[in-house]
Design a protein around this ligand. Structure first.
Ligand code: ATP
Ligand code: MG
Length: 360
């Protein structure tokens, strides 16, 4: 099959890591008989320099017309890059918000996976790290507390601020469906996280997710309170497969989950729209401190490309081939500087990409 991918290299290490992910996609394409074509799109600082804004209408239109988007990273250093002399809505990161909105991305997927070869970096108890974990957090991205009505006012001489956490049943249903669809491709377990002992929005969340579960009889649904989930993530992360939760809870829990793996250069992410469309990017930022030095770890971006194969193109076997090659590279003792340890072989960004391609 043929797929058209919009590629946004962005700033900092973005161009280097995206190049390696494209190399991996081409290798998979050759092996399995698919062709991937790429259209390059400017976003972030690079777009400010060329076009004066972090995302042009044309760039957004090109991304929209593609089958999926592969993004490196955007951003620079506050106080060093002149981009940050601009008002906030014209800075590199504003491009990200604009593209998320423009593409209708409402489901943010953040996997947290502990490779046994990298267990040493895991901050959890040895017995917990030994058990390993492989989970994915599905965070609602367009509703909830971050987008509800808000105001700050003076009431009887006292400053008062209000934020509202609002969801309608349709918003909950569409994110729940995503979570169950993802669970069908994994270990068939969904844990829905909320605060239904206190919040009305959580009680509606519970009810709708339970209704959606009826369409997925093979998947086990469990409800968990958010405070308990925060605790369980460090106590026994092996119990989690797919977690689905509202925007703010997901923001907090996905950072917690990613940190328990210990290695920022390894974590992929995806943001999905209605249907199969999605944007795929590493969880880390543009890392300007190591940009242009062939030092970046491209694995997070390569694993994001694997997510694209699985979730946007339904190419499960091909996605697995990429993930297996990453696993094999680690087993073979090959490391970039961020995951380096004694006795391992250190390679650069480009060489890491080559090693993964060889193993595919
Ligand atoms: P954000 O852009 O999300 O705000 P940040 O600026 O806080 O992120 P990053 O850009 O992710 O942080 O970088 C944090 C640190 O991690 C830096 O020292 C950077 O060099 C390192 N780092 C990030 N990504 C990678 C990578 N792929 N390979 C190696 N090191 C990385
Ligand atoms: Mg940054």
């Amino acid at each position: 099959m043929d797929f058209n991918i919009a590629v946004i290299p962005g700033d900092g290490i973005g161009p280097e890591i995206v190049a390696e992910a494209q190399k991996v996609l081409d290798t998979v394409g050759k092996k399995f008989g698919h062709s991937f074509s790429y259209t390059e799109v400017d976003m972030g600082g690079v777009s400010i320099d060329k076009h004066g804004v972090p995302l042009t209408d044309e760039a957004l239109a090109t991304a929209k017309a593609s089958d999926a988007v592969l993004l490196g990273a955007v951003g620079g250093v506050v106080g060093k890059d002149s981009w940050y002399d601009l008002p906030p809505h014209l800075r590199p990161e504003a491009g990200l918000l604009a593209i998320r909105k423009g593409l209708g991305l409402f489901a943010n997927l953040r996997p947290a996976y502990l490779y046994k070869e990298l267990k040493g970096a895991c901050p959890l108890k040895e017995s917990v790290a030994d058990a390993g974990f492989d989970m994915i957090i599905v965070r609602e991205l367009t509703g909830g507390l971050y987008f509800g009505e808000r105001k700050t006012e003076e009431v009887n001489g006292v400053m008062t601020a209000i934020d509202t956490l609002k969801y309608d049943e349709n918003e909950i249903r569409r994110i729940a469906i995503k979570a169950f669809e993802i669970a069908m491709k994994r270990r068939k377990s969904v844990i829905s996280v909320d605060k239904s002992n206190v919040l009305d929005s959580s009680r509606l969340w519970d009810k709708v997710v339970t209704e959606v579960a009826k369409d997925y009889p093979e998947v086990t649904l469990t409800h968990m309170l958010v405070d308990n989930c925060a605790m369980q993530l460090v106590k026994d992360p092996a119990q989690f497969d797919v977690v689905v939760t509202e925007n703010m809870f997901g923001d907090i829990l996905s950072d917690e989950a990613s940190m328990v793996t210990g290695s920022i250069g390894m974590l992929s992410s995806a943001s999905l729209a209605e249907g199969k469309f999605g944007l795929y990017e590493p969880s880390h930022g543009a890392a300007p401190d190591i940009a242009g030095q062939n030092k970046a770890n491209p694995i997070a971006t390569i694993l994001s490309a694997a997510m694209m194969l699985r979730y946007s193109f339904d190419l499960d076997e091909e996605a697995k081939a990429v993930e297996d090659a990453v696993q094999k590279v680690l087993e073979d003792g090959i490391r970039t500087i961020d995951i380096m340890s004694d006795g391992m072989q250190m390679v650069g960004c480009k060489e890491m990409g080559d090693c993964i391609c060889e193993r595919i």
